[in-house]
Design a protein around this ligand. Structure first.
Ligand code: 4AD
Ligand code: MG
Length: 430
């Protein structure tokens, strides 16, 4: 019977055939151990000389890395195996022999691996990271579906910018000037007025000249937007959501977290509520920690965020940033016009900002003022202003960066390993 590695528990003591690739092998005169993968998982195949034909044993010993095969044998329980089973091989049929596979079990440099990303994805560690990414996406849909949100897809080609104009990718839309979306937020606000609670999940683009472990040029964002929800209520939804995905990964990705040697005690602790500090308090905290020259009004860089996160063992919300360093659409604090009703959620262990969110301006006159201040002129922005005109209500939303979240939960250092084909400064290949 044909099966996959993920299903072997259902075939204990039965003979099965699996389509697989050889990742590694070791053999002696009497026995060969084949490390096999089929995309759904990894299993060891054991070929005993005395139990198979001489031809099969020689074939097993000569298999090269990444050769594709159909392999037949009996599934037997094995307590030493991470999946609890191994395959007692009886027959092997080669589909295609792979010669000189470039990624060998020895160490390779990062640039070499990135140039071979189309093959590197097959390796055990990369496989584990992508499975965790998949679990975060799966549990994201589950969380928002369970909480009565409607999935809405904003456009990727747009005529307006949501987060300022410096990081926009320009393109031609026939005769018009167009951009690749930096954020679907403005469209999600329109959707919230039509559907109440909505979320999006899609690619976003930032022409950022940043070469850091946290920046991608193309990244995926989850953007919920909620009518009749204020800033404080939004924070509760954010911490519940992040707790939910962290606990889902812990529960459903045990093998993957083990492959990645992730310290899971740190993740067990990721349960709502999360601590909150204001921007003002964050400045004080940084001064105490020796950042003497940080001034009120400055944005935080990676070292600041890491230092703040070190004081907490859960993600921490930094609230009420100065208006001048945040986007035009954020609602001013009712008691202090110099700060806005917003929060960034900073992940522990140096992974930085994973969420940016805020309550939005819902007053027409104030929005018009912001338009003037930020030079938002022309027909591209007219539709967004109309949202403040026809039944405007308090509303809030946020954006969670998928790749930074994957990096944090997986414990991998750099976001380039958290997306199948990363787009980085100076990298469009493969
Ligand atoms: O803070 P940002 O820029 O917020 C927005 O775009 C809002 N319009 C979202 C909203 O309220 N609907 O981005 C949100 C998140 C960041 O916290 C970060 O996790 C991620 O997106 N992000 C990036 N991830 C990888 N590479 C980049 N260059 C990123 N820029 C932002
Ligand atoms: Mg931000």
């Amino acid at each position: 019977m044909k099966t996959t590695i993920s299903q072997v528990a259902k075939h204990k003591d039965q003979e099965v055939t699996i389509g697989a690739w050889l990742t590694n092998k070791r053999s002696s005169g009497k026995i060969a151990f084949l490390q096999l993968r089929d995309g759904t998982g990894f299993i060891q195949g054991v070929v005993v000389k005395n139990d198979v034909s001489e031809e099969t044993f020689q074939l097993a010993k000569s298999l090269t890395q990444e050769t594709s095969i159909y392999i037949t044998g009996k599934i037997v329980e094995d307590t030493r195996s991470p999946i609890g089973y191994e395959l007692q091989v009886s027959n092997i049929k080669i589909i295609q022999e792979a010669v000189d596979y470039p990624i060998t079990p020895k160490e390779h440099g990062t640039e070499f691996l990135m140039d071979h990303r189309h093959l590197w994805l097959r390796s055990k560690k990369q496989h584990a990271v992508m499975k965790i990414r998949n679990e975060i996406i799966r549990s994201t849909y589950q969380f928002f579906n369970e909480n009565d949100f409607v999935k809405i897809d904003p456009p990727i080609l747009t005529g307006s910018s949501a987060e300022g104009t410096t990081e926009l990718f320009h393109t031609k839309y026939f005769d018009e000037e167009a951009y690749l979306s930096q954020s679907g937020q403005l469209y999600m606000e329109a959707a919230a007025m039509a559907f109440g609670k909505v979320f999006s999940f899609g690619p976003t683009f930032r022409a950022e000249k940043s070469k850091t472990r946290r920046h991608l040029i193309e990244f995926w964002m989850i953007e919920p937007e909620m009518a009749f929800v204020d800033h404080e209520e939004s924070l509760v939804i954010q911490e519940n959501y992040v707790s939910y995905i962290a606990q889902s990964v812990l529960k459903n990705c045990k093998l993957e977290l083990e492959v990645l040697e992730r310290d899971t005690t740190k993740l067990e602790n990721i349960k709502a509520p999360f601590p909150r500090i204001t921007y003002d308090e964050a400045i004080e905290l940084l001064k105490e920690k020796g950042f003497d020259d940080i001034e009120w009004g400055e944005d935080f860089g990676a070292p600041h965020e890491t230092a703040i996160a070190e004081s907490f063992d859960k993600p921490v919300f930094i609230t009420n940033y100065p208006a001048e360093i945040k986007a035009f659409y954020m609602k001013p604090h009712p008691e202090r016009s110099d700060v806005v009703l917003c929060a960034d959620l900073i992940a522990p262990e140096g992974y930085g900002e994973i969420i940016g969110g805020s309550q939005r301006i819902d007053d027409l006159a104030l929005m018009q003022e912001k338009y003037e201040e930020h030079g938002l002129t022309g027909p591209a922005y007219e539709w967004y202003l109309e949202l403040c005109k026809y039944g405007s209500v308090p509303h809030s939303g946020f954006g969670l960066g998928l790749e930074r979240t994957v990096a944090w939960l997986s414990g991998v250092e750099h976001v380039r390993e958290t997306i199948p084909f990363p787009r980085l400064l100076n990298r469009l290949y493969p």
